[in-house]
Write a protein that binds this ligand. Structure first.
Ligand SMILES: [Cu+2]
Length: 149
């Protein structure tokens, strides 16, 4: 695996994802290997993070403000029951979601329950991108996960 070319390709692909604001492509990518935390919040200056997640890593969102949040698979879907995960969090306390690639699809596991993320888009090199948003603050709290093999 050559991580750098894959990352460049992933960022170029992210710019074409309609659910993601254009400024997201300018945010430095966070790298998640094994486990990591990803920030979320509504304070001024928050930019939707783009996180590169190696398959099988455990993601925990942490709040950078005093509000409660609920991240789901692309919240712009008309049917939110279609989400492959729900991650509620407030401050440093939040649910953990394991994301992995399975034959080109993205699978999310929460508390042993696995669901396929139907909105994930394939990228070059066997990677995939999954956009998400907080359903409470869907206008500003968005982000993307680039899942890599
Ligand atoms: Cu929120």
């Amino acid at each position: 695996m050559r991580p750098l070319p894959l990352l460049v390709a992933a960022c170029a692909a992210l710019a074409m994802v309609p659910a993601l604001p254009a400024e997201a492509a300018a945010v430095p990518a966070l790298l998640c290997q094994g486990s990591c935390t990803i920030p979320g919040g509504v304070l001024p200056g928050f930019l939707p993070p783009v996180s590169v997640v190696t398959s099988g890593s455990a993601v925990t969102w942490v709040g950078s403000d005093a509000a409660g949040h609920l991240n789901v698979e692309n919240a712009l879907l008309p049917d939110q029951l279609a989400t492959c995960f729900e991650a509620s969090y407030a401050g440093a306390s939040g649910a953990t979601v394991v994301f992995r690639l399975d034959a080109g699809s993205v699978v999310a596991e929460v508390d042993g329950r696995e669901r396929t993320c139907a909105s994930a888009q394939p990228l070059a090199g066997g990677a995939a991108v999954l956009t998400y948003a907080c359903i409470i603050h869907a206008l500003t709290m968005k982000g993307a996960l680039v899942i890599i093999p």
